[in-house]
Ligand binder design. Structure first.
Ligand code: PA5
Length: 483
């Protein structure tokens, strides 16, 4: 099942096949290939933007671009020191965080560890179970805490609280509950069981850690939540559950090299950003579906959703003009959602680009379908494997979408491993950086999230937020419009 492509790409890299986004395949709904001409406007724009991104690399909110390079050793050794001291002592690792402080951890673990990780001791080989709680649903949180008590006990549960600010209500509330439980059960010893990942110099969580003496790792300066998965935010929990963090960063560095090339057709991030921005602007394809044909990669689609939505969804551009920019990211799972969403994708509004994610080789995980059932209608399955069926279904869906003139592309993983997951993460972070520049928006802020946070503070009685409480009450006054 090995992929053999044009010689300029080593076989083992992530590849993007975008032929189905072009007018040659999907007619008026696709981009004219002339737009990608090496002498054309889009190429000139990419040269300009690539040069600009070289200048801003490592400055301001683009310090995330140093993660697989200048900051790599420092972060790996800091995480290793904390992880090595604790490895073998805990049955459970409980990660508390939300948004950019949780989605990456969930995505890495589901991509690179088996789905049965928490069920079988044999699979974990002495490493802890992992629970990432990224909500304050009491029933869910309570169930996870009960599981930690039952599976080894609280004294065998390491708590990793992740909050850059320490101000996030959800993470703060989770942390206050868990800290109190640990303190009651273990007294002063509870301190050894908390590892906080937070701002190294300032913020509420920083002051708590300084006061209590908790071990800390940094969310580095200039690295926002949704760009932080390859910092200690994602590296520490990954190390604790045996993920190859060097492989992740190698993959990111490899993709980074490819994304520095000032040639539109050679630079995967510049190309993806150009396709998606142009298909939205020229053809109205403003909804972007990420559809892995792999359960393991499904949570990467969830991580992508935050990155794409929060970075690009902006009312104003960097000059303050109203633009209402952004695309709606949607996640889907192949083949499961063929039986749920594909009807809509083929016959509903033609306003989407579907990005399939395909795995070429499932290796030892593949399963053969046995012969011998003796039913003619099912004989075609006999002797094939599940990976063959999965990828045939992907190809069939791709074909069906082209038949309906629905633009789509495929990102191919040669195999699922840390290297390729690192490449995928870097690809989308760089694509976001390019798309932000193309749309003229600041990809690193999230001003629209603030109002809801302030209103929550008001509703929860935080001093200084009374005005927000009043406004919520005035706006959401009870009416007769309820049935
Ligand atoms: O991407 C972001 O910046 C956000 O999703 C944050 O990660 C999220 O709000 C959590 O913030 P904090 O880490 O400060 O608790």
């Amino acid at each position: 099942m090995c992929h053999t492509g044009p010689a300029r790409y080593p076989v083992a890299m992530l590849r993007i096949d975008y032929a189905n986004c072009l007018s040659e395949r999907v007619g008026l709904h696709g981009l004219d290939p002339a737009r990608l001409d090496p002498a054309g406007e889009a190429q000139k724009a990419v040269e300009h933007l690539t040069a600009r991104l070289e200048e801003t690399r490592g400055t301001g909110w683009e310090r995330w671009r140093l993660l697989p390079h200048a900051l790599r050793e420092e972060h790996i050794s800091a995480c290793r020191a904390v992880a090595d001291e604790r490895q073998g002592q805990y049955d459970n690792l409980l990660v508390l965080g939300i948004g950019g402080s949780a989605l990456g951890n969930i995505a890495l673990h589901s991509a690179l560890n088996p789905p049965t990780w928490n069920l079988h001791d044999r699979v974990r080989e002495g490493r802890p179970r992992l629970f990432v709680v990224d909500n304050v649903d009491p029933a869910n949180f309570g169930a996870v805490l009960d599981a930690c008590r039952a599976l080894g006990g609280l004294d065998r549960t390491l708590v990793n609280v992740i909050s850059k600010s320490g101000e996030t209500a959800e993470t703060a509330a989770q942390f206050m509950i868990v800290r109190d439980m640990l303190r009651r059960e273990l007294g002063d010893r509870h301190r050894e069981q908390i590892v906080a990942i937070t701002d190294p110099a300032k913020g509420t969580m920083r002051s708590i850690c300084d006061r209590e003496g908790y071990a800390t790792l940094p969310v580095p300066e200039g690295v926002g939540g949704r760009f932080s998965v390859l910092s200690p935010v994602g590296l520490f929990s990954s190390m604790m559950v045996g993920i190859d963090v060097e492989g992740l960063l190698d993959g990111a560095a490899t993709m980074d090299e490819r994304c520095r090339v000032p040639s539109l057709r050679e630079n995967p991030a510049a190309l993806l950003a150009t396709l998606l921005v142009e298909l939205a602007a020229r053809k109205g394809k403003t909804n972007h579906v990420m559809m892995p044909y792999s359960n393991a990669l499904y949570m990467l689609a969830d991580w992508f959703r935050q990155l794409w939505a929060e970075s690009l969804g902006k009312r104003v551009d960097t000059r303050g003009e109203e633009v209402f920019a952004g695309f709606t990211p949607i996640k889907a799972l192949g083949t499961t959602d063929q039986h749920s969403q594909v009807q809509l994708y083929r016959e509903g509004p033609n306003d989407k680009v579907i990005a399939f994610v395909e795995v070429e080789d499932f290796g030892e995980h593949d399963i053969a379908i046995p012969k011998g059932l003796g039913v003619e209608a099912l004989a075609y399955l006999e002797g094939k494997t599940l990976a063959q069926l999965l990828n045939a279904e992907k190809r069939a869906t791709e074909y069906a979408l082209v038949e309906s003139r629905r633009p789509n592309l495929t990102i191919r993983f040669p195999t699922i491993d840390a290297q390729h997951v690192g490449e995928f993460i870097w690809l989308w972070q760089m694509t976001t950086a390019y798309a932000g520049l193309m749309l003229g928006v600041n990809a690193y802020d999230q001003p629209a999230v603030e109002l809801g946070k302030q209103a929550t503070f008001g509703l929860m009685g935080r001093r200084g937020y009374e005005e927000h409480l009043q406004k919520v009450r005035q706006t959401l006054v009870e009416t007769e419009w309820v049935v």
